[in-house]
Write a protein of this length. Structure first.
Length: 217
């Protein structure tokens, strides 16, 4: 089977011990945010979409602020968002009562955060491709290094039952290895074994555990 660009993209993302899907999505997100800040902030269509979705989700709003820190772009965007919210409040004669009664309810939006929307599309593409290509050189690479997080493992359901079983079995083996390292961390933290040094694998195991349970995007 011919290896296309997407095959190589996922294959190369398995060079680390992280979830390759998470790694790809984070790289994609960084690129999308850079393009957005430097090319699309003044795009009226995109700004209208952001207003319709009432801004970004909390996760992406803070990533954009903390990791990219562009005061001018934020001033432009949030002037729109705050002005629009003031207009909404002005239309509600009883808005104080409404805010009070709905304080703990999730704010409904007309559209998804633009970064969530793109991430969900890419996530499905990568997971479907991972499932389709699992086998041979691709499988060997996965067994050697990377590990899928819980959420992306659940999304990589291959059409071939045997293929899907292999993905799950190989990932369980990786999870078990991390679990063994966590057990060693716990054991060596006991005062009776405090003198035993930690291996390099054990030193990073607790971070790998977080990456398995919580996707990094």
């Amino acid at each position: 089977m011919e290896k296309d660009m997407l095959w190589h993209k996922i294959y190369d993302a398995m060079n680390t011990e992280e979830c390759p899907i998470c790694s790809l999505l984070k790289n994609d997100l960084n690129m999308q945010m850079e393009i957005f800040l430097y090319e699309n902030v003044n795009d009226r269509g995109i700004r209208a979409k952001i207003i319709s979705s009432k801004g970004f989700c909390s996760n992406h709003a803070y990533i954009l602020m903390n990791e990219f820190g562009d005061p001018l772009a934020h001033a432009i965007l949030y002037s729109d968002l705050i002005n629009n919210y003031i207009k909404e409040l002005d239309k509600k004669s009883d808005f104080l009562n409404e805010i009070s009664s709905n304080f703990n309810k999730k704010n409904k939006t007309n559209e998804k955060c633009i970064f969530c929307e793109r991430t969900e599309i890419n996530e499905k593409i990568y997971c479907d491709k991972f499932s389709k290509e699992y086998g041979g050189e691709f499988q060997e690479k996965y067994q050697q290094t990377a590990v899928l997080c819980r959420e992306h493992l659940n999304m990589t359901t291959a059409k071939n039952a045997k293929q899907n079983k292999l993905i799950i079995e190989h990932t369980i083996n990786k999870y078990q290895n991390v679990l063994d390292m966590l057990s060693e961390i716990i054991r060596k933290s006991d005062y009776r074994y405090f003198g035993e040094s930690w291996t390099e694998e054990e030193k990073s195991a607790w971070k790998k555990a977080v990456g398995i349970i919580s996707k990094k995007i």
